[in-house]
Design a protein around this ligand. Structure first.
Ligand code: ADP
Ligand code: ADP
Length: 239
């Protein structure tokens, strides 16, 4: 079974269809890069996968578990917030704009969710956070506040924060788009390291060099549909 299975996913905002029947499988340990023009629904797709958005029809499964809903007969009923929060904790998400808590240090940002959502004891959460800070190359900055870090450093901490929940899948929504060009590489290196370690990843990105190097599969979206998919050497071949 794939780690992520999406079938006939449809989503509208009011009368405007934004996802018009998405089918996608992502195998465990594989990296899928999603490309396509602005407004094609890439961000909405990610937000539906972890149920930041309700979906109109179809379904998303992660590791065999239906996300956001339970089935009863042929109908779907939305799960309770608490259950959704538990599911979402297993799906890491990294946004364009880092979304760190400004009033918390690096370490506090990383330990907050494991303690609050997973009930992890503080000393265990701190130990794991220190290891993750080291992994993203920021050992020594545990007590810094986000504003004291560069955008690239903040984004690496945002990745560490998502990893602290020990997710089965990581979703990246244009993680380098808000960065100065010279800071893009350090974030992509962390993502490549994650891919090499076998993380299942879905990455919306304009970074074709990353896609060429790290993607097992690429999907090209247009108008709320996947119009092409395949290995990067196929999708990115010169016209
Ligand atoms: P992409 O990530 O490919 O740029 P999005 O998923 O952000 O595309 O958006 C797809 C379409 O859905 C766009 O036309 C956008 O304006 C619209 N859209 C996104 N979010 C909302 C929302 N919360 N309410 C209404 N329309 C939205
Ligand atoms: P991106 O395309 O980079 O994902 P956008 O700038 O399209 O981001 O959207 C930023 C935020 O505004 C998102 O939360 C999105 O859901 C919301 N949004 C986008 N388009 C609309 C819209 N037409 N009406 C309401 N909210 C929207």
């Amino acid at each position: 079974d794939p780690m992520v299975r999406i079938r006939n996913l449809r989503k509208s905002y009011g009368a405007t269809p934004v996802l018009r029947g998405i089918d996608l499988d992502v195998a465990a340990g594989e990296v899928t890069c999603v490309i396509g023009p602005s407004g094609s629904g890439k961000s909405t797709l990610l937000r539906c996968i972890n149920h930041l958005e309700k979906i109109d029809s179809g379904y998303v499964e992660v590791n065999g578990e239906l996300i956001g809903y339970r089935r009863r007969g042929d109908k779907l009923y939305e799960l309770k917030d608490k259950v959704i929060a538990r599911q979402r904790a297993g799906i890491g998400m990294v946004f364009q704009n880092f979304n760190l808590f400004a009033h918390m240090t690096v370490l506090e940002n990383i330990i907050e969710a494991p303690m609050a959502v997973r009930g992890k004891p503080r000393d265990e959460a701190v130990e794991m956070a220190r290891e993750l800070v080291r992994r993203v190359g920021l050992a020594g900055r545990e007590d810094a506040y986000p504003r004291q870090l560069s955008g690239g450093q903040q984004q690496r901490i945002a990745i560490a924060r998502a990893l602290a929940m020990e997710p089965e899948v990581m979703l990246f929504d244009e993680p380098t788009s808000a960065l100065d060009p010279e800071l893009v590489g350090e974030v992509l290196e962390v993502m490549k390291d994650l891919a090499r370690r076998g993380m299942t990843m879905i990455v919306v990105t304009h970074e074709m060099s990353f896609a060429r190097e790290a993607a097992d599969k690429m999907v090209f979206m247009d108008g709320g549909l996947i119009v092409e998919s395949g290995p990067p050497e196929e999708i990115l071949r010169a016209p």
